[in-house]
Design a protein around this ligand. Structure first.
Ligand SMILES: *[C@@H]1O[C@H](CO)[C@@H](O)[C@H](O)[C@H]1NC(C)=O
Ligand SMILES: *[C@@H]1O[C@H](CO)[C@@H](O)[C@H](O)[C@H]1NC(C)=O
Ligand SMILES: *[C@@H]1O[C@H](CO)[C@@H](O)[C@H](O)[C@H]1NC(C)=O
Length: 400
């Protein structure tokens, strides 16, 4: 008797649950490009967010939805209650990952299957850095280096940067690179409310959709900051949580450096060269956030080229190495989760009104301090080095 009642209640709940509108309704305006603050409150009222949040609230099991947010400390650091870090599989706590699907969320992606495959990912772009009319160590330069080697990669983009360089999303997509979601502001996701996190995903998704006509199904948590609440919400929105390989370390650490000297750059390239051996497949973490990190990424590719026939690995995007579609509906025709969803096409969104980006010009100053995020990461790295991360609650530091 009880099980039947439970199923009836579940059915009723499902029936009244709002569907997730796909493709996403275009927002009235895009959030600011300021990466030092969460998406402002008024942007959470857009139907793009409210409809997705209603769907999340109706479908995500409460034991995940009600996990309290962590406390934001700085761009890559959050204070997470130490006594629940293990229970909720908080990644910064001993690099906890979920290896199996559950009823609440999909397993994390942390590597590619098999041997000798290098899943190539670049985070935080797109960036454009033009000096004397020439692109220098930015997303277009990195893409040119990839294209020259006939390589494709996965770019996890930050919406705030995409808004400033939408043509770069289009070009990368058109050339066969995969465009995933790295959130709008790059805030540590566990420090956000459910509504704020939904907004981070949906605005970035809408931006990618408007630029490409496709809806990705892979997202990467900024700084690896993820717990079961965030996993469950991302899963409800249709996303696989995609980290990178940590055993062995396949984070180039390009975004963690406190100085942008050629010596540091060379040191990182030399470290990445130690990966050039036959081994279990892996997913790497590099960045096209600044001329410093993009320059390293390009130098790494030059080393791969120099290795020539001796290079033992196959480099490819994450969706390809997993042998999974990267986008909903496997391509440019997103499928809806419901039969009643509007049959909108990319062209139909052009009637939406959009605000202009607040600050359209890319940074081109000090290479490593190209964003508030990078600066914050430096602060965080220094703190780690100084061993200051001791407190009543565990203060988990992330270096991504
Ligand atoms: C995950 O699934 C595999 C089988 O696919 C199983 O061997 C393993 O025990 C599971 N791990 C957990 C933590 O449930
Ligand atoms: C996606 O669709 C294309 C074209 O139909 C097909 O060649 C490809 O194998 C599909 N990819 C996956 C992963 O299903
Ligand atoms: C979508 O992209 C088009 C250009 O392709 C642009 O004109 C339009 O303003 C964008 N929509 C929004 C909501 O920004």
């Amino acid at each position: 008797m009880l099980p039947q009642v439970a199923s009836l209640i579940l059915l009723a709940a499902t029936a009244i649950a709002a569907d997730l509108p796909l493709p996403p309704p275009m927002p009235a305006a895009w959030p600011p490009t300021d990466e030092a603050s969460p998406i402002p409150e008024n942007f959470l009222k857009d139907p793009l967010v409210t409809t997705a949040l209603a769907y999340v609230q109706a479908t995500v099991p409460p034991q995940y939805l009600n996990i309290p947010p962590s406390q934001y400390k700085s761009p890559c650091v959050a204070t997470y209650p130490a006594d629940t870090a293990a229970t909720n599989c908080y990644w910064p706590n001993n690099l906890c990952v979920r290896t199996n699907d559950t009823a609440g969320f999909k397993a994390d992606v942390v590597s590619c299957p098999g041997d000798n495959v290098w899943g190539l990912t670049y985070d935080d772009g797109p960036t454009v850095n033009v000096v004397n009319g020439q692109n220098q160590n930015d997303t277009p330069s990195l893409r040119a280096a990839l294209d020259a080697m006939k390589l494709k990669a996965t770019f996890f983009i930050v919406g705030a940067n995409g808004l400033q360089n939408p043509e770069e999303i289009k070009k990368s997509f058109a050339e066969g690179h995969q465009i995933g979601v790295h959130t709008w502001t790059h805030y540590p996701a566990t420090s956000l409310t459910n509504a704020q996190f939904v907004a981070e995903i949906k605005y970035t998704e809408a931006m990618i959709y408007n630029a490409t006509g496709s809806l990705p199904i892979f997202w990467r948590p900024p700084c690896g900051d993820v717990d079961d609440r965030i996993r469950a919400i991302a899963t409800a929105l249709g996303y696989s949580t995609t980290l990178w390989t940590t055993t062995p370390v396949r984070d180039s650490t390009d975004a963690d450096q406190t100085d942008a000297s050629p010596a540091t750059s060379q040191k990182i390239v030399d470290t990445v060269k130690t990966w050039f051996t036959a081994q279990k497949s892996f997913i790497s973490l590099e960045h096209d956030i600044s001329p410093f990190t993009s320059g390293i990424a390009i130098n790494v590719l030059n080393e791969v080229k120099a290795a020539g026939a001796n290079f033992p690995l196959k480099m490819m995007p994450v969706g390809t190495c997993l042998n999974q579609p990267f986008y909903r509906g496997n391509g440019t025709t997103p499928t809806s989760s419901t039969s009643t969803a509007p049959s909108a096409t990319p062209t139909s969104v052009s009637t939406s009104t959009a605000s202009s980006p607040a600050s359209p010009s890319p940074t081109s100053g000090s290479p490593i301090a190209a964003s508030a995020k990078s600066a914050g990461e430096q602060v965080m790295v220094n703190k780690v080095a100084a061993g200051l991360l001791v407190g009543v609650a565990a203060l988990f530091a992330l270096a991504v």
